[in-house]
Design a protein around this ligand. Structure first.
Ligand code: ZN
Length: 90
């Protein structure tokens, strides 16, 4: 059986639905590398939900670094990414 995974930003639990069929009839299906995996009982779809904060910080760090390397500087980077100068600097 083909098992598909998709990465979703984490929403409040009551709004979390299967990305394939929209069902809320899911259960936890273990973890992969510390990321919670879910299994939809309706359509048998396995999916992974990433903590939004983790996604954001990882992506932000990457973007911030790229922008810094492009010569934008920390202040511009923070302005563009709508995060604080301090956050970028860390
Ligand atoms: Zn489903």
């Amino acid at each position: 059986m083909l098992i598909q995974y998709s990465l979703l930003p984490l929403r409040p639990k009551k709004y979390m639905k299967c990305p394939k069929c929209g069902s809320e009839n899911y259960c936890k299906d273990g973890e992969i590398k510390g990321v919670q995996r879910y299994w939809c009982k309706e359509c048998n779809y396995h999916y992974t939900v990433i903590q939004k904060s983790n996604v954001k910080s990882a992506e932000m760090r990457r973007l911030a670094l790229e922008m810094y390397l492009e010569g934008l500087g920390f202040r511009s980077t923070g302005r563009v990414l709508k995060i604080s100068y301090v956050t970028v600097y860390q």
